[in-house]
Every structure is written in C-alpha cells, then in structure tokens.
Write a protein that binds this ligand. Structure first.
Ligand code: PLP
Length: 389
C-alpha cells in the first residue's frame, strides 16, 4: 500500500475516490481541534514568511539546533533546551525512538493501538510483541507485573483509539520494569485535566523515559508538521545526529516559536481545546447513546469509539458516499475490526451534521434493503493495514 494511503485524514485520496473536492469532505477520521491555529500565526506570521523581500523562514536554512524553538519548549515544560528535540511531527520522532528501542530489546505494543509504532520499528527490523489492553482505563501497570528484562514499552496516553486516560501513578512503576519506556502524549494537552497525568515531570530522573508530543492536533496544523520529544540529552543528541540536517522546515519552526514563546498563551489555548473536548464529548456521548444499534465508548480524549453487533463498514461507506463524512475505519486496529468506528470530535455544527447523517443512515440500515443499497458500490480496498492515525 502506498505510503500516502497509510494515514487517517487522507483527504486527497478519499476525495478522488468519492469524486469530490477535499474541501467538500467533513473529516472526522483524524482528530484535530476544529479551530485554529491562533490568528497571530495564520495571518501576520505566514504572510511575513511568504511575503516578497521578507520571507526569512522560506529563504534561509532553518537553525540546525532549533535554539528558539527548544528554548520556548524548555520554558513551557521547565526543562533545559537540550532535554527537548523538535521533530517533523511526532511521527518523525517515533522513527528515532524505534531505532533506540530496536537496539535495547523486544518492544511491547499494547493493542488495539497506533499503527505508526510498528511502522517505525520495521524501519530498523525491530522486534515486537503485542499486549491486549482493556478497552477502558484501569491500571496499566497490572498488565505488566514482571516483564522479561530488557523489554521496551510503547504507551499512548490518552490511548488511541480508545481514548482511555492512564494515570501517572499507574504508569510510574513501569519505569522500573522496562529498559525503555516511550510515552506518546500526542493528545494529552487536549484532555480536560490530562496534564496532571503527564510523565514529563519524570523525564529528568529517568533516563529510560522518552515522552513524545505533537502540536499538530492541538493547533490544527497537521499539514505543517510539528512535534517534539522530551528525554535524556544524550539520547536526543544521538537522534539529532542520525537524522536529516533540517527535519523541521523553517516555516514550521517559525510557527512553533511563535506559538510557544508565551507559556500563558499556550495554557490558555490548551484550556480552550479542553473545554471543547469536554463539551462536545459529553454531548456526543449522550446523543450517540440514543441512536439505535450503536454504542459509544467513554473516552477522555477528543475522539471516541462506537461499536455495533454487526459490521459498520456499510454505515461508514454510506456516510462517505451520501454525506461526504469520513469516520475512522477500525479494521486496521488489532482487536477491533469492522464492528467499530472512531469519530474525531468536530465543531458543534459539524458534530450535529454527523449525528444527523448517522440518524438517517441507521434508520435506513434497520431494513436489509439499506445494506444492499450500499454494498455493491463498495470499491475501496480492505484497510486491514491501512490508516494508522
Ligand atoms: C497517538 C498518536 N500519536 C502521534 C500521532 C502523529 O502525530 P503528528 O501529526 O505530530 O506526527 C498520531 C496521529 O494520528 C496519533 O494518533
């Protein structure tokens, strides 16, 4: 499968398949804030970067050390700049985490889970085993009472695709049990009350811990690509030496610096995102629970899973074809399958649109003829190894 088709939010390919423009699609298969980024970035900064005779961020090579960006991140998290490494999205940093993981030992990947970790491990012929996770939050430490020496744990908090939030107290003992813990906190800043569960305060005391964060979901800048790792300076220096000289382009670095230079503004933005997650999450849960034939799972994150007693593939296809709405197919998540879909929260208006479409299609699907109507038109590939996001 081509690389371009291996991620959620694949607007161009879906638009081509559905015969419409990307802008006509409502993409709830990816989970980004529906607003943003702040005006100061969208307007003046990008204009200045692109403007004739100005545009340093475009014309000059980016600072190879990303000193400004690292300083901003350091202020935000109370760490020295050399404990932080910006990346071309969190995804780029998984690749280097996987190189360390491969050199350390067998990786343990909780499932269902984010498929970019095996992608990254496969780059280095890294070995992994999977571990089934409960679909609801609980004590993750109980799942790993005494792993064999030298194993590497990849943990996602909140978990993707379930939205389960693990407490720091339940994760902390794992730092003694695993040789290396890679904690993906891509969605944590969007979770109401989530920051208190972050492992970032443990980074300095635990050289075997790396936390990876993404700014693409929080600021709605998935196209720009920006993430960062927090870890031991020696580890991050090693990663920096391995990779391309300028993995974060000048525009992304300039935007990142602007977004992160003021910790108060950053926290204000996170509060806004968290209020949206809380409000739309509670509302969607209650509305979805009233629809026939599907059950929403509780989630702490800005997305949730729905499940049914039968395949939801025809429903997803109907939403795409009749309503131009994309939901996340869950066939690529080990342990889920075709009876599951994931919905990324949208603006309230667009959440209403999703609900209206679901109500209409579930009504139609209660008769067999509804299913028959969709199935013959299905021309998409089976997405078992598709769409990690
Ligand atoms: C759990 C998780 N981590 C990381 C990423 C990738 O983040 P980025 O866009 O910063 O590469 C995703 C993308 O879907 C994700 O679901």
């Amino acid at each position: 499968m081509p690389l371009s088709e291996r991620h959620g939010g694949n607007l161009a390919a879906n638009a081509a398949r559905l015969g419409c423009r990307p802008s006509q699609l409502l993409d709830a298969s990816a989970s980004l804030v529906p607003f943003g980024p702040p005006w100061v970035v969208r307007g003046p900064l990008l204009w200045a970067a692109l403007g004739a005779g100005y545009g340093e961020s475009l014309r000059a090579y980016p600072d190879r050390h990303y000193a400004g960006l690292r300083a901003g991140l350091g202020r935000l998290h109370g760490l020295e700049p050399d404990s932080l490494l910006p990346g071309n999205g969190a995804a780029e940093l998984f690749t280097w985490a996987a190189r360390d993981a491969t050199a350390t030992g067998l990786s343990v990947l909780p499932v269902p889970g984010f498929a970019d970790y095996p992608r990254a491990l496969a780059c280095w012929d890294g070995a992994w085993r999977t571990q089934a996770l409960p679909l609801q939050a609980g004590s993750v430490a109980q799942l790993f009472p005494s792993p064999p020496a030298g194993e590497v744990l990849w943990i996602t908090n909140p978990h993707n695709p379930t939205g389960a939030l693990w407490s720091r107290a339940s994760l902390e003992p794992l730092l003694q049990r695993f040789a290396l813990v890679i904690a993906d906190e891509a969605f944590l800043p969007l979770v109401p009350g989530g920051e208190v569960q972050s492992l970032i305060p443990l980074v300095q005391a635990h050289p075997n811990l790396v936390v990876i964060r993404s700014l693409t979901k929080l600021y709605g800048i998935a196209g720009l690509r920006l993430g960062y790792a927090l870890g031991h300076p020696e580890r991050l220096a090693r990663w920096a030496a391995w990779r391309d000289p300028w993995p974060v382009n000048g525009l992304a670095a300039a935007v990142g610096e602007r977004l992160l230079h003021d910790p108060v503004a950053y926290r204000r933005w996170c509060s806004r995102a968290q209020r949206w997650t809380a409000r739309e999450g509670a509302w969607l849960q209650s509305q979805l629970a009233q629809l026939p034939g599907i059950t929403p799972l509780p989630s702490a994150a800005n997305f949730l899973l729905i499940r049914a007693e039968h395949s939801l593939v025809p429903l997803r296809q109907a939403l795409e074809q009749r309503h131009h709405i994309l939901l996340r197919d869950c066939r690529s998540f080990e342990g889920l399958g075709e009876n599951w879909l994931r919905i990324g929260y949208q603006s309230h208006r667009n959440n209403c649109r999703i609900l209206r479409a679901l109500r209409q299609e579930l009504g139609r699907f209660s008769s067999d003829s509804g299913l028959a109507e969709i199935r013959p038109g299905c021309s998409e590939p089976n997405t078992r190894s598709d769409v990690p996001g």
